[in-house]
Design a protein around this ligand. Structure first.
Ligand code: URA
Length: 206
């Protein structure tokens, strides 16, 4: 069994929050165990809860089309959420639910060891860009501990506010050159790693 399959098993046994009792299926995440890009959304919705897979509803269809705009398929990346169970009536996740679920996301990041983490929406952004506003930092990057963090609006935002669709599409188009940059950095990082790498660094690229 792979490390991720073992982890899915553990996640499926988790009953730490009330919402675990109401879920149809847990939604741990899916994709390549060695993915270079990890997308992190908010929480499963109705469709995801039914299927046990992330981003399979209308927001997921838009995410798929964003991925194909940069010639990627979802099997080549990894897609997860901040929380793994659906909040009833699609309400926003509670701080306690986010805190309880943090260990699962941390383990996913450790196993996948992505070069780039793309935060989709406010909840995911808040984890890596605390205190920042999505309207100000979408489309920008920050580097820490060898990982590039890239903030984007949640794909569902385009379904509610049509004017954001183009913004999200444009932000997505920045990913291929970021990935090239990340791949180049990995090749040289072993020799050049410094203490400052553990401090957040704004990259000036965009
Ligand atoms: N929205 C999310 O944040 N995650 C999903 O998996 C689906 C919709």
């Amino acid at each position: 069994m792979s490390a991720l399959t073992d982890l899915y098993q553990e996640i499926s046994l988790c009953r730490q929050c009330e919402i675990a009792r109401a879920r149809t299926r847990v939604v741990p995440g899916e994709g390549a165990e060695n993915a270079e890009i990890l997308f992190i959304g908010e929480a499963p919705g109705w469709h995801e809860d039914q299927q046990g897979r992330p981003f399979v509803g209308p927001a997921g269809q838009f995410l798929d089309s964003l991925l194909s705009s940069i010639n990627l398929k979802r099997q080549q990346v990894y897609i997860a959420n901040v929380i793994k169970c659906r909040p009833p009536d699609n309400r926003e996740p509670l701080p306690i639910e986010i805190a309880n679920c943090q260990k699962w996301l941390d383990k996913q990041i450790e196993i996948i060891s992505p070069k780039i983490i793309v935060t989709l929406g406010r909840y995911s952004m808040a984890r890596f860009f605390p205190g920042k506003s999505i309207s100000k930092i979408h489309g920008t990057v920050q580097k820490q501990n060898g990982i590039i963090y890239f903030a984007m609006y949640h794909p569902a935002a385009a379904l509610h506010q049509g004017n954001l669709r183009q913004v999200i599409e444009q932000d997505m188009l920045k990913l291929p050159s970021l990935l090239t940059q990340a791949q180049t950095q990995t090749e040289t990082s072993e020799e050049t790693a410094t203490e400052s790498d553990s401090q957040p660094q704004q990259l000036s690229m965009f």
